[in-house]
Design a protein around this ligand. Structure first.
Ligand code: CMC
Length: 428
């Protein structure tokens, strides 16, 4: 197999190297194309463009494979420990017990927020969108931790990563408490990551929220399944911002903004709202599919379809199986689960979805589990952000560590006016 592609354009011929990834994926390297030919490439949604080399996460969208640092996602479901996965993503190997203990200790030490930040959250509108508050607060962390990171210093990076992962959880819980008019609850150093989040969300000063092992396991699984997904929209955003050498907080704050949208992480809210509408009789599953197939209607079947997966999303497979277990353990009977199953069944038998290879994605079943844990709908995407944060941090670090990485600055095909003269106001 040739490791070069040849492009003919007019009377020019140029050989383009072909990069081959460790799983055999091939990419034509066009980085010298413009210098050599004057041509750019046009790929507006970047569907066909690899913007970086990365060793963090591997996806085979045709086979429905997802691996973190080479380890299949299914192997993390047995004893879910979110911090172990976070460390693996950031540092590239599984932590030894002492390393995990140190990391966990650093999270505990960093769980509190500066009083100025609590004040800032207090002064935001109580009904403000949680993702807006989250993004603003993460960006503001740069005001409190402004020292630049020495990228070669693993110890300093571990501290910075632990600080951000820990504080995001506290910020998220604070924004919720603010929205329901409850006092902030301080983190409990005895609790593990997910349990501490639920404690800060739901405990009241005179009554500690009881986090059962089942609840803790389900939340950790959700966080783990969201932890990284290679160059998705929010991660690509983090990289675009990071490419200008902006700090990690600015990158992650921007990533939160990207995640908020209904085509990305915001889909988990849309799914549950869609299922609720069906449940309350406002829409039948069949009407829902009809609207999703109607090109004149902007409605989508939320929780279905994916840019990369043309097969069942492996995360959705795990979450679907997890729904029964978790709802059974909680003794919850949620009618939305039956509706989701019915919707999936009829969509997967419909030629529109079959022909386009549209399958349930991670957002289709995650909301049903989060609901059963008592998480309100408007906090679903916040939970996605908490889960995805280690991915953003890993990719930000990988980009900063890469000596060949340059500022991300795409080209365009200009279609505006050709040169024209300025017309003074009185002559217009
Ligand atoms: N409902 C109806 N039609 C769809 C859907 C859907 N959910 N998804 C894709 N299609 C159609 C699309 O209209 C297009 O049709 P045609 O070929 O006739 O023009 C075809 O399927 C191919 O889709 P696409 O537009 O090329 O897909 P994309 O890669 O640009 O978009 C997506 C991917 C996830 C944005 C899209 O599938 C979608 O909008 N899904 C619903 C929102 C959603 O669930 N998002 C969560 C994504 S997974 C988790 C995450 O990353 O946040």
């Amino acid at each position: 197999m040739s490791d070069k592609a040849v492009l003919h354009f007019g009377d020019q011929q140029i050989e383009l190297p072909v990069l081959i990834g460790s799983e055999g994926e091939k990419a034509v390297d066009i980085s010298r194309l413009r210098d050599a030919t004057g041509l750019t490439t046009y790929d507006p949604s970047l569907s066909n463009t690899a913007v970086c080399k990365s060793a963090v996460t591997f996806i085979d969208g045709d086979l429905g494979i997802l691996r973190y640092r080479g380890i299949p996602i299914e192997q993390f479901t047995q004893s879910p420990n979110f911090l172990e996965v976070a460390w693996l993503l950031i540092f590239g190997r599984l932590p030894k017990q002492a390393e995990l203990d140190r990391f966990s200790g650093r999270l505990t030490n960093n769980a509190l927020l500066h009083e100025g930040m609590i004040d800032q959250i207090q002064h935001m509108p109580a009904n403000g969108a949680p993702m807006a508050l989250l993004s603003a607060a993460v960006s503001s962390l740069a005001c409190y931790h402004s020292q630049p990171l020495a990228m070669s210093d693993d110890d300093a990076f571990e501290e910075a990563a632990a600080r951000l992962i820990s504080k995001l959880r506290t910020i998220a819980a604070c924004t919720y408490r603010r929205s329901v008019g409850l006092p902030f609850i301080y983190p409990d150093p005895k609790l593990r990551y997910g349990a501490n989040f639920l404690h800060m969300m739901f405990s009241i000063p005179y009554k500690q929220f009881e986090v059962t092992p089942e609840i803790e396991e389900a939340l950790n699984l959700i966080f783990i399944l969201h932890a990284d997904h290679e160059q998705n929209c929010s991660t690509a955003t983090a990289r675009v911002v990071g490419s200008s050498r902006a700090n990690m907080y600015a990158s992650c704050s921007a990533a939160i903004g990207a995640l908020w949208g209904p085509l990305h992480g915001g889909a988990n809210v849309e799914v549950v709202e869609m299922l609720e509408r069906i449940h309350h009789g406002g829409l039948s599953p069949e009407d829902c599919l009809k609207a999703a197939k109607d090109k004149a209607n902007p409605f989508k079947l939320f929780g279905f379809g994916h840019r990369v997966y043309k097969n069942y999303d492996p995360r959705a497979k795990i979450l679907k199986a997890c729904c029964d277990k978790v709802l059974g353990q909680m003794k919850v009977k949620d009618p939305l689960l039956d509706i989701a199953r019915k919707l999936e069944e009829i969509a997967l038998a419909d030629s529109y979805f079959v022909d386009r290879k549209l399958y349930p994605n991670v957002d289709f079943y995650s909301g049903i589990i989060l609901r059963s844990l008592g998480i309100p709908t408007d906090m679903f995407t916040v939970c996605f952000a908490i889960g995805r944060l280690p991915g953003w941090i890993s990719q930000w670090r990988e980009q900063h560590d890469d000596p060949t990485s340059k500022i991300l600055r795409p080209r365009q095909v200009y279609i505006g006016n050709t040169k024209q003269d300025y017309v003074p106001m009185e002559k217009r």
